[in-house]
Ligand binder design. Sequence first.
Ligand code: ATP
Length: 660
Amino acid sequence: MSSAQASAYPAYPIEMQMLSPLADTRLSIGASTGTASVVGASVGVDLPDTPSVPLLPISPATSHFDEKLDSLEHKQQYAVGWILVHRLRRTASVLHAFSRRRIGLWCLLLLAAKIAAEFVFYFAGKLPSEFYQVLGDRDRAAFFPLLLRCFFVVVVAGAFKAALDLGAGMLGVEMRQALTLYTHNRYIAETALHSVATQGVIDNPDQRIAQDIEHLSSSLATVLPELLIAPFLVAYYTVKCWTMSGFLGPFFIYLYFIVGALASRCAMPPVIRQVYRLERAEGNFRFLSLRMVEFAESIAFFSGEGHENSVADASLGAVVDVQRLLLWKQFWLALITQVFSYLGSTVSYVVIAVPIFMGRYEDKTGSDLSSIISLNAFVSLYLIYRFSVIIEQAKKLSDIAGFTTRMAQLWEEIDRADEIHYKPMRHSELSVVASDLGVCTPEGVQLISNLDLQISKGDSLIITGPNGVGKTSLLRVLAGLWRPSRGSVCIPLDRAQSPAVFFLPQAPYIISGSLRDQLSYPGRNPGADQNNTRLCSDAEINRILDQVRLEHIVNTLDTAAENRHLAVFDRPFPVQFWLKALSPGEQQKISIGRVLFWNPIFAILDECTSSLDTASECIIYQVLIDAGITLVSVGHREELRKYHRKQLHLSVDGHTLSEI
Ligand SMILES: Nc1ncnc2c1ncn2[C@@H]1O[C@H](COP(=O)(O)OP(=O)(O)OP(=O)(O)O)[C@@H](O)[C@H]1O
């Protein structure tokens, strides 16, 4: 390797092993950021880590919808302008409110480390030129001190590089925690969860929380220090380059930067578009696999493995098709950025060639000239490198814009849900009253109209009617999950230790935790303040298990291997354990146990005994009546009528209310 060749890649001694005539400029200088390239790689790896909701089954029939979603998301990715500024400002204020001190501290430390590291890297970058000088002059006395200094600088540069990675990682974690805590507080709330999660206005809220916030935080943590320090470094190395090679040096480098930035910008949008499509396809693929695990038994009973196999293959096909397309799009982006990367070293020769050929260094000896070439190459390569870092940050900023958009859309949807949240009115009477009530689906399909209903304490009501007529929808309106399309609902005030109204959905909801946690769920009076936690006592657990005929579960828990040192009612088990240990009917009994624990005035039961045998169902209903709980039940079995005083029959033609 000639001295001229060598001097084109002086970079830092710490990265000497990477130096070669074909070395990418950023590979040879990239020690300060740890970034490997600007080749659009980071837009290509944003795959979902969590299963997504079943929004888009994979089938050719959905491709048109996919296309529409694509174009929508494509636009949203570039939702720049004031709306993005507003969203970024909101993100900043959330970070400020949730973790201002820790984030501020990490930002300051990171910036300080970055400035110090740049100094070290500058000295490291000058070392090769000093070696050329010392070796060129055959100066043995100066060689060993220089070698020692080189070793010291390498160690310090390595330490700074590691510290920068640590600082950026910690800052990312702090930001992720703050943004996710804020989102949890807003999303997992009475006003938002049901509406945002079930009404599907925005896709995959789970993915936005678990993945997009993480990507946003880690991107912000790497971009912020780079952008803060970039103007100073560019200015400094521009002046340095100007003094060494005249104005033509910076001119060529700026020109190179502008052309390179424009070219890679042109190739980027198609990549981002395919990344979005890939994310969605991956989400659907994972969702199918998860469903297969969840419904393995049903599939086995149906002998549906063949069908599932072909659906899984089709889903995989959709993923790999997009992956292939993405690789092609990335190829063009990579081609452009790689060509410009390698061109960087050539530009540095041009920069130094001009003053040499113009005779500026005529009076220099061979070793002086080698040293100047090396130092100049370092300065111009570093300036080029700083520009490529800026290009890279610009690309990351568009990623940040995309992730901010996805996160902020979720926040905005939560804001909307908060605004339109409907809460039934409360009154001091012991009755549930519906006046002139209209019930519509979220799509606006009228299910029930002009319903006047008064359910007084002791006047249990059974709601009957054909499938799909709107029985559950009526309960949703009574619970405040759906806003009535017309009229109003009024329910009693909660009491200190128990809610006035307790709703049991059709599907039992089993949680991770102990038997005490299961029966006490949700752990606090749904109507009371957040800190008012109440758990079943041992006596209450024994009573409830006896009432719902579930005493035998204690033996199952007692013989389980986990946490034997704890009392049986307090042994925590994962939800998977509970789902295996309890049959669907037993799971429903656990749910009913919660009603008995909370002892509300009214229990609104949506086919919550559908998995029980008739004898067990009758026992359960009798226990609830004996507990003095007034029931509003949806049920199809004739036996249930005798536990109620009134019947509301819904049909497509209207409704009738009658005494039993
Ligand atoms: N979240 C929703 N978005 C849109 N439509 C819905 C939604 N939930 C229910 N519907 C529609 O409202 C209608 C009534 O549903 P609902 O669940 O209230 O019926 P149901 O009488 O309880 O039926 P079943 O006896 O089968 O439980 C159905 O046609 C259903 O498709």
